[in-house]
Design a protein around this ligand. Sequence first.
Ligand SMILES: O=C(O)[C@H](O)[C@@H](O)[C@H](O)[C@H](O)COP(=O)(O)O
Length: 262
Amino acid sequence: MKSYEQKVFSFPDTDGVSEATCLYIEKLSQEYIAETGRFTIAFSGGSLPKTVSKYLVNSKKVDFTKWLVFFADERCVPLDDAESNYLLVKNEFFDKLPKDNCVPPQNIFPINASLVSSSEEAANDYEDSLLKAFVGKETLRYPQFDLLLLGMGPDGHTCSLFPGFPQIQETGVWVTSIDNSPKPPPSRITLTLPVLNDAHNVAFVNCGDQKAQVVKEILQENSTKYPAGMVKPRRGNLYWFMDDKSSSLLDRAVISDFPHKL
Ligand SMILES: O=C(O)[C@H](O)[C@@H](O)[C@H](O)[C@H](O)COP(=O)(O)O
């Protein structure tokens, strides 16, 4: 029976987080491409794309042409809107990859909410995209991403799953919508918790001192009252990459040394 890891890494600053996530993603990408011929990864928005991309875009150890890139959540805005997670990842990641080693456009799965009339419709469309990219719905309870890159807000939200909001309870769908998000903009779609918990690997990328208390409650007190604390992959690894500001309230015993030679 394969055992799965939960590890917590902390670094003096965001540059250390960027370097470590690059090494980690290089390793996973090589493993999954060798095993399956592709690497399915989903980005969150916020500060994550910039942090994760800093070293990764210059990697010589990743075959980006074999990547399929999704979004863990997206705002219901046009793809050229400053609030779009797709635009954020395009500017920070896609557009910085070398022309001879970039993610093919057909392997990028944006959610163009401006083409539909509601967030529910956007959620359904995205679920259809997942269906096409993963084996058909009738044979999969949930799509298994090779890697989900998740952020966490100061309130413990992740993706667009917010504490106390009904979307946390959704289990019958892969993607759901929200129109009263406490984090603007209000209308969003998001992967649901069962999908997050069916991933092969989940990596939280978390920086900033305003999250330290929630980090402590989740990682040291095992609180599951926050959506970020409900992410426990059933058959996958869970890694947290943080700066020392975000991990400042954790006992050092909770934190592992990052093996720079992965
Ligand atoms: O679309 C979004 O807003 C993000 O996906 C969101 O879930 C983000 O990951 C957290 O709010 C953390 O954001 P920061 O990393 O900027 O603190």
